[in-house]
Design a protein around this ligand. Structure first.
Ligand code: SF4
Length: 190
């Protein structure tokens, strides 16, 4: 059986593979800044409001909403919790509530794709798109291509190889990324 990888490792891996190494092999847990706490509150608030909203913004007349939905796949060896899963008659859609625009970068998109891969398998329904919601007005539809599904699987494979070998990966992270990284004190070449 495949060792199950948390889906947030995909986003971290895209930011810098070393972060996944630190998360997996050290007990250091960074103190997150205030905006991360604000993000949790935002999530809670959005989840509460979505119990009352309709789905017209997603172009759907009906659908079942599941909030903070736990997903996993034995086939792909991955697990995670999606902010919201919408199930229509013949499709499923993962939705992430985002406060930080940077989460729409490649890593955040591939994490969303990973939710789509798991949701499609669990519900046995097509999952070809997902959404980022920012506040009341901004809704971003992300179409899942075969290429980005393949990229998610490739990243999972690379993470698994790194974990099996237990070797700290090289990093090409920019100075800007390192300056904003909670693990900078562990990187003695930075
Ligand atoms: S400090 Fe830079 S190299 Fe080290 S983990 Fe963070 S982003 Fe990666």
């Amino acid at each position: 059986m495949l060792y199950s990888i948390p889906s947030n490792y995909i986003r971290q891996w895209c930011y810098c593979p070393r972060i996944v190494y630190y998360m997996e092999f050290t007990s250091f847990r960074p103190e997150y800044p205030i905006w991360v706490k604000q993000g949790y509150l935002y999530h809670e608030n959005e989840a509460r409001l979505w119990n009352r909203r309709n789905l017209s913004r997603f172009g759907l007349e009906t659908g079942k909403i599941r909030l903070n939905y736990s997903l996993s796949s034995k086939k792909y060896g991955i697990h995670g919790v999606s902010d919201m899963i919408i199930e229509s008659n013949n499709k499923v859609f993962p939705v992430e509530f985002k406060l930080d625009k940077s989460l729409k970068k490649k890593g955040g998109i591939l994490q969303l794709v990973s939710y789509g891969i798991m949701a499609g398998e669990i519900f046995s329904k097509e999952c070809s798109e997902g959404f980022f919601l920012e506040g009341k007005k901004s809704l971003y539809k992300i179409c899942f291509s075969d290429d980005n599904k393949k990229e998610v699987l490739r990243i999972l494979k690379d993470i698994r190889i790194m974990i099996n070998n237990g070797v700290k990966p090289d990093s090409s992270a920019s100075i800007n990324k390192c300056t904003n990284c909670e693990y900078i004190n562990h990187c003695n070449d930075r």
